[in-house]
Design a protein around this ligand. Structure first.
Ligand SMILES: Cc1cc2nc3c(=O)[nH]c(=O)nc-3n(C[C@H](O)[C@H](O)[C@H](O)COP(=O)(O)OP(=O)(O)OC[C@H]3O[C@@H](n4cnc5c(N)ncnc54)[C@H](O)[C@@H]3O)c2cc1C
Ligand code: SF4
Length: 341
């Protein structure tokens, strides 16, 4: 049985206290649901001396607002709550779909949105026990010097494996971070860095407090499609989020992002521009999907063949677009699609 290392566990009651504690304890990490962090700690993927729980902080579990004025979600809201939340049934449906597709019900009851946005990037050579990693000589993400996937690479290519991250980019979510030096509000895209180790712009003392989904003018639809080996359990090996704003059946704006094809969620919005000003006919959607898979560059460091994952990118982009346009997916309803209850 894998055991946790010896740790100091702190449970502050205010955000100010939590950020102060993080600043005073350089080896500390925040813990919310612990569903990503605890297994990683058991495998000694981090050297952590102190865990600072976010569970007792006020206001972390609120969901407020409406589609016309924007929706504010506390970072401590669980994935299960979001998967079924009525405020995510309309234009923001992609977020409910993404949260509802994470792992198993047990993980969704514990896992939070804040923790999901910050899932540690994954790799077959890293998400292993200490003794497994030692046997292969470790890698630069932890305890080693080289990348075992791309041996001459100066950087780590671990894969951004969060389901909500590409949706946050697509819905243009604004993330509020609170640290010892105050609060800042950034677009979701600015939370991420293209690096498998140093993957976020969040500072060690900063807590994600809220995720804001901006107000929607007129009609908007969105969808999230996820590829994985076991639909009841696994992390994404490809995630596609799209959102379309409509004017009387014509696309006003289309946004999109891919997950699990790089070390950060990849924006594909520029590739969706040909949809603007058009009524999306089936062949147009197919052409746009064909082109939008260009920035999808999966490596051989997660589940299934990376060549196949690349080929599936255009297929899943097309399915997500069709879903957002209210069309049936090609090839029938596949088990890989997830639907919020
Ligand atoms: C079997 C299994 C399957 C999984 N499948 C998936 C999957 O399919 N898709 C997926 O996306 N994830 C998956 N996960 C990962 C994880 O369960 C979820 O991502 C979950 O949402 C993480 O949330 P948490 O609250 O448990 O985060 P934690 O584990 O508590 O924290 C994760 C990281 O976020 C930081 N953190 C958490 N909250 C905050 C905050 N408010 N401010 C600052 N830092 C914060 C922590 O310090 C840590 O670095 C899986 C995990 C397991 C064990
Ligand atoms: S991509 Fe390379 S450095 Fe990063 S975790 Fe995998 S093997 Fe290690």
């Amino acid at each position: 049985m894998l055991r946790l290392p010896r740790l100091q566990y702190l449970r502050p009651r205010t955000i100010a206290e939590a950020t102060e504690l993080a600043a005073q304890n350089p080896g500390a990490m925040f813990i919310a649901g612990g569903t990503d962090l605890v297994p990683n700690l058991k495998r000694r993927q981090f050297d952590v001396t102190t865990l600072i729980s976010l569970n007792a902080l006020p206001d972390g579990r609120r969901v407020e607002g409406d589609v016309r004025h924007g929706v504010t979600i506390g970072a401590g809201v669980t994935l299960d709550e979001l998967a079924h939340h009525e405020l995510l049934a309309g234009p923001f449906r992609a977020l409910a779909q993404a949260c509802g597709s994470v792992s198993t019900p047990q993980v969704r009851y514990m896992g939070t949105l804040g923790g999901n946005l910050l899932v540690d990037p994954r790799c077959n050579y890293y998400n292993q026990t200490y003794s497994w990693r030692k046997a292969v000589g470790f890698c630069m993400k932890k305890d080693g010097d080289i990348c075992l996937v791309a041996r001459s690479s100066p950087r780590c290519w671990a894969v951004s494996s969060s389901d909500s991250a590409p949706v946050a980019l697509t819905l243009n979510a604004q993330i509020t971070l609170q640290g010892v030096n105050g609060a800042r509000r950034i677009p979701a895209a600015d939370l991420y860095k293209d690096d498998g180790i140093d993957y976020t712009t969040k500072k060690a003392d900063e807590i994600i407090t809220t995720v804001e989904l901006p107000a929607v003018e007129g009609r908007m639809t969105s969808a999230y499609w996820k590829l994985r080996r076991r639909p009841s359990f696994d992390f994404p090996i490809l995630g596609v989020a799209v959102a379309i704003a409509w004017d009387d059946g014509v696309v006003r704006e289309a946004r999109g992002a891919l997950g699990a094809v790089g070390s950060h969620p990849v924006d594909i919005t520029p590739f969706l521009e040909p949809l603007q000003g058009k009524r999306p006919a089936e062949d147009l959607l197919a052409d746009v999907a064909q082109a939008a898979d260009k920035p999808s560059r999966p490596l051989d460091n997660t589940d299934l063949s990376h060549y196949w994952r690349k080929r599936m990118s255009k297929v899943y982009i097309e399915r997500a677009l069709r879903d957002a346009c209210g069309l049936e997916p090609l090839g029938g309803r596949l088990t890989a699609q997830v639907t919020a209850r």
